[in-house]
Design a protein around this ligand. Structure first.
Ligand code: GDP
Ligand code: MG
Length: 470
């Protein structure tokens, strides 16, 4: 276990997802957390789920950074949105398993309230139809986006509208009462009269959530319980850097779900790409960061939006079952498809990725051939650029390179022996991916657990060995 004294020879590390989320950011963060002083979330909220498996035990993190499993300090930056009651429950549950949770939370992070969840559900109903997964519904941009309905989008809308409440506001019961009084009536009016949906019809409806006294008491009390964790994250991190501590930023969601660079409007509301670190933690862009991308050997997506390489049939079933492709937060079956290098190229460019961590090689094992999309054909012309127009997404035909498949192996034994123990075709696949993208490989996931990881480079500057994952 990390004793929290970690200093660095490498610079601050940003770990970002290169696809549509659920690439295994949690499991790779856990590996690199071994040498970290703090694991910092710069965006995300109660809708983000990361899983880490080690010693046969599965840990699921929602708002708490994955690094706490290593005994590392967890930091939630101002770019995160906080659902305080769920966060307190998560901390209690982790502590019951014997994990000490050292948490620091930005006092300016915005707070999710029950009316945000109600608004989230009501907005999906207003959008109407089913979740947009077919090419025609994606192009129309009218159907449901497949929100997790945890209230994150509406919370960020309030932040931008300058009517949101921040974590430090919870400590002042009088201010909280005055603000919530107006907000409850605004939200009720918006949902019932603007969207035409009765509050009682919503599955998220609970009478006490709309009672001012109960809401103030609950959120003031949660705020007070979190008071000792609240801090100025920018100053905390700046001090750590001055002491040459190794800091790791754990991405939540990914490039494809980034509000600016993702598949708008089928995206989240945060800055999930690497640029989000600066605004989401108060860290200057002048700091020398290193950026590692996280991807799976195939693509998965939960919710609506474009997925040009989407598969169905037996190959999709193999990927879903072997890859346990069910959402950590919602339990929904994820959509899956072949690896899409147009998407990864976009991530490499926008995020400035130098190294890739590629997981789930074991999930594709046993297929006779494996496809990789290297460009798109749209209206007969070939492009390797990320389309902007929704109508183009509907016409995308992936251009595939077909590579030979690889067999199942004793993956834990391969992890112990190192990359040369991987079958030749699996190595060929990995080489093809990194050469096409012009990046280097830092780690390979060949099973969901910490022990099924091959590490080729430790971003802390620590020497690499089989013990890198211990
Ligand atoms: P995150 O949101 O990016 O942290 O990813 P999640 O934890 O939500 O989802 C990733 C899923 O893929 C989890 O169920 C992981 O256990 C699983 N996973 C990650 N890497 C591998 C791998 O190398 N092999 C297998 N079989 N599963 C993996
Ligand atoms: Mg996830």
């Amino acid at each position: 276990m990390n004793n929290g004294s970690a200093t660095r020879s490498g610079c601050d590390l940003i770990l970002v997802g290169c696809q549509f989320g659920d690439e295994g950011k949690g499991r790779f963060t856990d590996v690199f957390a071994r040498d970290a002083f703090a694991i910092v979330r710069y965006q995300g909220g109660p809708h983000t789920g990361h899983s880490v498996i080690t010693d046969g035990r599965k840990f699921r993190f929602v708002q708490v950074p994955s690094g706490v499993l290593r005994g590392v300090m967890g930091v939630l930056g101002n770019g995160c949105v906080i659902e305080p009651c769920g966060l307190l429950d998560e901390v209690t549950a982790l502590e019951k398993t014997g994990l000490p949770v050292k948490l620091h939370i930005s006092e300016t992070a915005h707070v999710v309230f029950p009316y945000h969840m109600a608004q989230d559900e009501a907005m999906e109903r207003w959008r109407g139809g089913s979740v947009a997964t077919s090419q025609s519904s994606v192009a129309a941009g009218l159907n449901q986006i497949g929100s997790t309905r945890r209230g994150v989008g509406p919370c960020r809308e309030d932040k931008i509208a300058r009517i949101g409440l921040r974590l430090a506001d919870l400590l002042d019961a009088e201010l909280l009462r005055a603000r919530l009084d107006r907000l409850l009536s605004l939200k009720r009016h918006f949902i019932e009269n603007g969207l035409g949906i009765k509050l009682e019809e919503l599955s998220a409806f609970r009478k006490e959530d709309w009672d001012l006294d109960e809401l103030v008491a609950k959120y003031h009390s949660s705020g007070c319980r979190l008071a000792s964790c609240m801090c100025d994250v920018s100053t905390l991190l700046s001090k750590a850097r001055k002491e040459s501590r190794f800091l790791v930023y754990e991405g939540a969601q990914s490039i494809g779900l980034d509000i600016e660079h993702g598949t708008y409007p089928y995206c989240s509301t945060g800055y999930s790409s690497a640029g989000g670190v600066t605004v989401g933690t108060g860290s200057s862009p002048g700091i020398p960061f290193q950026v590692y991308g996280i991807a799976k050997a195939y693509t998965s997506r939960v919710g609506g939006g474009p997925l040009p390489t989407e598969l169905d049939g037996p190959v999709a079933d193999q990927i879903v079952e072997r890859g346990c492709e069910y959402g950590t937060v919602t339990g929904r079956r994820r959509r899956v498809g072949w690896l899409d290098l147009v998407l990864l190229r976009h991530a490499v460019q926008v995020d400035g990725i130098s190294h890739l961590c590629l997981g789930a090689i074991d999930v594709l094992a046993g297929l006779s051939e494996v496809k990789v999309a290297t460009s798109y054909r749209i209206n007969g012309s070939q492009t390797d650029r990320w389309p902007a127009k929704l109508s183009d997404w509907a016409k995308v035909e992936p251009v595939y390179t077909v590579l030979p498949g690889w067999p199942d192996q004793d993956w834990l034994a391969v992890a112990r022996q190192g990359v040369t123990a991987l079958s030749a075709n699996a190595r060929r696949y990995l080489d093809f991916v990194v050469e096409t993208l012009g990046v280097e490989l830092a780690a390979i996931g060949i099973g969901p657990s910490r022990e099924a990881t091959i590490v080729l480079r430790m971003p802390s500057g620590a020497p690499v060995g089989v013990s890198s994952v211990t």
